[in-house]
Ligand binder design. Structure first.
Ligand SMILES: *[C@@H]1O[C@H](CO)[C@@H](O)[C@H](O)[C@H]1NC(C)=O
Ligand SMILES: *[C@@H]1O[C@H](CO)[C@@H](O)[C@H](O)[C@H]1NC(C)=O
Length: 406
């Protein structure tokens, strides 16, 4: 009984490794990437604590509008364009000095009904698609580091997805879309973006064929976006991810992770959160290891605004910050994968427990080795660990909800 009680008391003591380190974007840039970034969306921008961290350029050097540049948002009826919402996010990125990944021009989903239910000939749909691309890309000209020109053109078996563009125009819609985007903004890097390419399966081979199709047409394609949507524990090894990324860079294009998240069957456990951390580490580590992998974007940064729970029943907790905007182990996994500096701390702590009228005191010494550390989580709402920073650092509140060992 006594032994059990002591064990329980010791297990309850957090042994934090709160060592000052770089933020995610700072570590990414130090590792040779162009950025580490996050998606965001207009409705969330009224949440001040959320925006405070979105603005934190130590972590986020890039943002992607989650929905407000999609076709249904930008051209809800034919020839009538609306850029108000997309501009809010473009302006925010610009004011913060964050890169903007623009997303997305031609996709089967979130299309207005005038497109999906229109009566088209090959020529009229090409004209409507070109007009959409030309108008939207021209509006954002000079502001987009990347454009996701064509999104999710493939089924998981590697065949072309049946959509209005494919059934009316054939595969030629893809090079035509890239050509229109290049003409409207020659400086934006143009990406093909899809999910489940990371396994190096038939779908990845078909995505490489898309790169070659565009190249053979004489149009420009600069990159392939790996969306990076995963279930925890299903992320391939870092070595395997590296070889898949390299199979694309061998074609002369860049690669990037564009929408990463690692969803967990709820409720989370310490084990699944640790696995998620390893998964994020492998993903970002593979990008660091590949020349031509330019950046890593998570599909929003807090579980509070993740698309996962409403899309995958029973799943959630897919992002590096929880619903209370508190960092999870995945944050440190990302830093480790980005090769942030190695630190070792030794924390001694004492616990006592009283059982059966006998007081037992035990001292635990834990050595925690990590190749990174986190800012934050040494205090603040939602953090249940001890307020302990490594030697030489003091837990300091940066704002009302967030603290760092500085
Ligand atoms: C976020 O950044 C924008 C642009 O720099 C600024 O206008 C806004 O006040 C910031 N918001 C918060 C909550 O920090
Ligand atoms: C539609 O027109 C384009 C451009 O001329 C052409 O490449 C494509 O093959 C045509 N598609 C069909 C189904 O005829």
């Amino acid at each position: 009984m006594i032994k059990l009680a002591v064990t329980a008391a010791l297990a309850a003591i957090a042994l934090p490794t709160c060592i000052s380190a770089l933020g995610l974007d700072q570590a990414a840039v130090a590792a040779g990437l162009t950025y580490f970034g996050t998606a965001t969306d207009n409705p969330e921008l009224t949440d001040i604590p959320y925006v405070t961290q979105l603005n934190n350029t130590a972590d986020f050097g890039q943002i992607t509008p989650g929905n407000s540049q999609k076709w249904d948002a930008t051209e809800p009826s034919q020839g009538t364009f609306s850029f108000t919402e997309g501009d809010v996010i473009a302006d925010l990125a610009e004011a913060n000095g964050q890169y903007l990944r623009c997303h997305t021009l031609v996709w089967y989903n979130q299309l207005p009904s005038w497109v999906t239910s229109g009566t088209w000939t090959n020529a009229t749909l090409i004209a409507a698609m070109q007009n959409h691309i030309t108008t939207v890309v021209s509006h954002y000209k000079g502001r987009c580091l990347h454009w996701d020109v064509v999104n999710e053109a493939l089924n998981d078996d590697g065949t072309y997805r049946t959509n209005i563009f494919y059934t009316t125009i054939g595969e030629a819609y893809i090079p035509l879309a890239f050509a229109a985007a290049a003409a409207a903004d020659p400086s934006a890097k143009l990406f093909y973006n899809d999910y489940n390419l990371e396994y190096g399966s038939t779908k990845a081979a078909s995505a490489r064929a898309i790169v070659q199709l565009v190249q053979a047409s004489g149009a420009k394609i600069d990159g392939v976006g790996f969306q990076g949507h995963f279930v925890v524990g299903t992320v391939p090894s870092q070595a395997s991810l590296v070889s898949v990324l390299q199979s694309f860079t061998a074609l002369g294009v860049e690669v990037a992770y564009t929408e990463a998240d690692v969803r967990i069957l709820l409720p989370t456990t310490a084990t699944t959160l640790a696995q998620q951390s390893s998964d994020f580490q492998a993903l970002v580590g593979s990008c660091v290891a590949v020349d031509g992998c330019v950046g890593f974007t998570i599909w929003d940064w807090t579980d509070k605004y993740s698309w996962v729970p409403s899309t995958f029943t029973g799943y959630g907790a897919a992002l590096p910050w929880d619903e209370d905007l508190v960092k999870k182990p995945a944050y440190d996994g990302l830093l480790v994968g980005l090769g942030a500096s190695v630190s070792t701390t030794t924390t001694a702590t004492t616990a006592s427990s009283t059982a059966s009228g006998v007081t037992v005191t035990a001292t635990a010494t834990a050595t925690t080795t990590t190749t990174a550390a986190h800012w934050g989580q040494c205090g603040g709402s939602g953090w249940t660990g001890a307020t302990v920073c490594a030697s030489g650092y003091t837990c300091t509140y940066v704002n009302a909800w967030y603290s760092q060992c500085l």
